[in-house]
Design a protein around this ligand. Structure first.
Ligand code: GRF
Length: 195
């Protein structure tokens, strides 16, 4: 399985995917980032993984943007897209062309704490404000409805009374790191994706 990771930020999930999947039939062959100075881009350089910056700035015309992304997927023979902290919406045409071949990881138990405005620290703040005792990690397929694609796996994470959004974010991120590559590895080995 030839995977492209799409990441906008720090890229810790990207790095774990690249490292943990080294012995897997799933291979990370490309990083796409919409942020040329992202940690993810820097990590790709260190890992020796080809990285391409492509965004609304490099491609202001949305059709050209979609065409450029599609051409990159072809060039690198990508059959699976892994979103890992990717803050830009994927073009609808690309999503339609890859049914159940685009995955995302979300740092909460979807459908709770998903959708508009639910990204980064906002999610963990909302979880604490809601007073829930449990949050977690969701890996799901991406469809045209934001954060609404079929759920592949969910891993719960406890919320403690003295949690701050930052502390909770760290605990959830550690679980993300332990979860995403295992799902991708199972997918590549043709194992059942459900627990
Ligand atoms: C992760 O929490 C991921 O679930 C979310 O954005 C964060 C990205 O972190 N969508 P990193 O860039 O992988 O360090």
């Amino acid at each position: 399985m030839r995977c492209a990771v799409f990441a906008s930020g720090g890229g810790s999930n990207f790095q774990v995917l690249a490292e943990q999947l080294e012995q897997s039939p799933a291979e990370i062959v490309l990083l796409i980032s919409n942020n040329s100075t992202s940690g993810a881009m820097q990590r790709a350089q260190k890992l020796g993984i080809p990285a391409v910056h492509i965004s609304g700035r490099t491609h202001p015309d949305s059709r050209e943007y979609t065409a450029a992304l599609t051409a990159l997927m072809k060039e690198y023979n990508v059959d699976t897209i892994l979103l890992a902290g990717y803050m830009k919406r994927l073009p609808a045409d690309l999503i339609a062309a890859c049914p159940e071949r685009i995955l995302n990881i979300h740092p909460a138990l979807l459908p709770a704490f998903g959708g508009r405005g639910m990204y980064g620290i906002h999610i963990h703040r909302a979880v604490i404000d809601a007073g829930v005792k449990k949050t977690g990690v969701t890996v799901h397929f991406v469809n045209e409805e934001y954060d609404r694609g079929r759920i592949i796996t969910q891993v719960p994470v406890p919320v403690y009374t003295d949690d701050t959004p930052e502390k909770l974010a760290q605990r959830v991120l550690a679980v993300e790191h332990d979860t995403y590559w295992r799902v991708v590895d199972r997918l590549a080995r043709g194992h059942s994706l459900h627990d």
